[in-house]
Design a protein around this ligand. Structure first.
Ligand code: NAI
Length: 513
């Protein structure tokens, strides 16, 4: 089933919906269902939790009223759609029950057994679990076909994405109707098979893992990496800032759970740096210290940028730079003379005595050894015409004069240049290639479609582009080549190219038509 062929009608507005668990997620989900117009029962075993949940919803909505985004009447109407309950018998007439209780397989199974005994046969039972297999949740149910995962993201009223998760026994009709209902509620719903991490928590692992690894290898410091991921990659937050916000206990636990669930596939290997932060209680913003120090008066770490050199009068562009052609336009816009030279076999910018190539996943040192000693490689940018930062690495053989030629060029372009150590694939290219590799494997394994993988990463974690659409734009060949070279540089299975990327490359095909 895909979004495109999902012709199922959503649940009617008049259908009774219940949310079980009035905590962080449950309260938000109840608000979403009530905003659509459903009569919603908010159930929790703890009456105080229900009151806290209702207060939380009211406070959020009052903020919207203050900002003029909602009328007082709409607020009252929404709240009047939510009825509290502590007796499960109140759920007898529900058409959809979404559980958002504690993340514990045994306790969730117990609840599902109670729900089967209470609710009518046509009631869909949904779980907001983020890490438990929907197949395992349904294992003791009489009718596991009516159980589906409905994975919202925090905060549920704001985050667009809902992963509709099918266990082995989930009926297609149930998944399709749940998808249609989430869509009617204004969410972007995607279908996924119940596999560890579903889509988002699986595909997002390299976003953290690659930067952690580059930092561990002394490639660049955390502030520089955060700046590059934002200023060149176009992501809203850098990986270190984001891990500090999520909390290292939470982020590390998700990484370990995905790693274990995939039988220790090296691609998901957790980081020792993050483990150490958890061990010493530096959990991020919530504990006042993580990668960054949040205590009052603490010195803010700053990204390292390089200035110097002189603006060149002219550069030579050899061959077709593909996705980096916009960089050439940016050079020309600064009234630097661009002389173009055709080549089918090479592509680079010659500035002074330096040869500047887009990274292909090899060390700059390795590229230099195969030809020009004064080689520098530059990183991928989401948009070279507006990128505020960019990473460059110099080959070990590169002389000082050539380095200054490269630095002078980027300074002339008003780009914050970070000269990082010679790390294969640099920062953005390597991160995007690894995100795409994971998304491609998920598609290859039938976990989701390419379209849903991209929607999920944009809607669930606000990526600026879906990793597979990004691959199409950069070129499947470049991403495949980068992964193959990374695998060779490190000799690790972690970087093995997804079979589907390899196949697309040989077919000359893309992920999106
Ligand atoms: P929470 O701890 O804020 O709330 C859980 C609520 O469930 C509490 O009010 C508790 O009283 C109630 N509860 C516990 N056992 C119960 C039972 N047997 N019957 C009725 N009520 C019961 O938890 P949170 O963060 O809202 O998470 C809930 C679920 O949502 C978990 O499965 C979690 O994995 C999932 N999730 C959490 C996200 C997050 O960012 N917090 C994101 C996406 C999913």
């Amino acid at each position: 089933m895909t979004a495109a062929n999902n012709s199922m009608a959503p649940l009617d507005k008049s259908a009774q919906v219940s949310v079980i668990g009035a905590g962080t997620m449950g309260a938000g989900i109840a608000q979403v269902a009530a905003a659509y117009g459903h009569p919603v029962i908010l159930f929790d075993q703890n009456p105080e939790a229900i009151q806290r949940g209702l207060d939380h919803i009211k406070k959020g909505l009052q903020g919207q009223v203050k900002r003029g985004k909602m009328t007082e009447e709409a607020l009252e109407a929404l709240l009047s759609n939510i009825t509290p309950a502590t007796d499960i018998a109140a759920l007898a007439d529900c058409k959809l029950v979404i559980e958002a209780i504690i993340e514990d397989l045994g306790i969730k199974r117990g609840l599902l057994a109670n729900l089967e005994a209470t609710c009518s046969d046509d009631c869909i039972l949904a779980s907001n679990t983020s890490s438990i297999s929907v197949t395992a949740l349904g294992a003791e149910m009489k009718h596991p076909e009516r159980l589906v995962g409905m994975h919202f993201f925090n905060p549920a009223p704001i985050m667009k994405l809902v992963e509709i998760v099918s266990g082995l026994a989930t009926s297609e009709t149930v998944a399709a109707q749940t998808h249609a209902t989430a869509s009617a509620w204004g969410k972007q719903a995607v279908f996924t098979k119940s596999t560890p991490g579903f889509i988002v928590n699986r595909v997002a692992r390299p976003f953290y893992a690659e930067s952690l690894r580059i930092e561990e290898e002394g490639g660049a410091d955390i502030a520089t990496l955060d700046q590059l991921i934002k200023g060149a990659g176009g992501f809203r937050m850098g990986p270190f800032e984001l891990m500090d916000l999520i909390g290292h206990d939470v982020n590390y636990a998700v990484t370990c759970s995905v790693f274990d669930a995939y039988y220790q596939d090296p691609r998901f290997l957790p980081s020792l740096t993050q483990k150490a932060l958890v061990e010493c209680g530096r959990l991020g913003r919530k504990s006042g210290y993580g990668f960054y120090d949040y205590s009052e008066g603490a010195e803010k770490l700053a990204a390292k940028t390089f200035t110097g050199g002189n603006a060149p009068e002219a550069v030579q562009v050899v061959g077709d730079l593909g996705v980096a052609n916009a960089l050439v336009e940016r050079i020309a816009a600064k009234e630097i003379n661009v002389e173009k030279q055709a080549s089918d076999s090479e592509s680079y910018i010659k500035v002074g005595s330096a040869r500047l190539c887009l990274t292909d996943g090899r060390f700059a040192t390795e590229v230099a050894a195969a030809g020009n000693h004064n080689t520098a490689v530059f990183d991928l940018a989401i948009d070279y015409s507006s990128a505020s930062s960019l990473a460059v690495a110099f080959a070990d053989q590169c002389n000082e004069e050539a380095k200054q030629d490269v630095i002078g060029l980027f300074n002339a372009l008003e780009i914050n240049l970070s000269v990082i150590d010679d790390i294969p694939g640099l920062v953005v290219m390597r991160t995007v290639a690894m995100l795409a590799n994971e998304a491609s494997d998920a598609v290859n394994q039938g976990v989701c479609t390419a379209a849903d993988a991209d929607i999920a990463m944009r809607g669930g974690v606000n990526y600026p582009k879906g990793p597979l659409a990004w691959t199409d734009e950069v070129g499947v060949a470049k991403i495949f080549n980068c992964l193959s070279n990374l695998q060779q540089c490190y000799g690790e299975d972690r970087y093995r190219p997804s079979a589907l990327i390899r196949r697309k490359f040989f077919a000359g095909a893309t992920f999106h038509g």
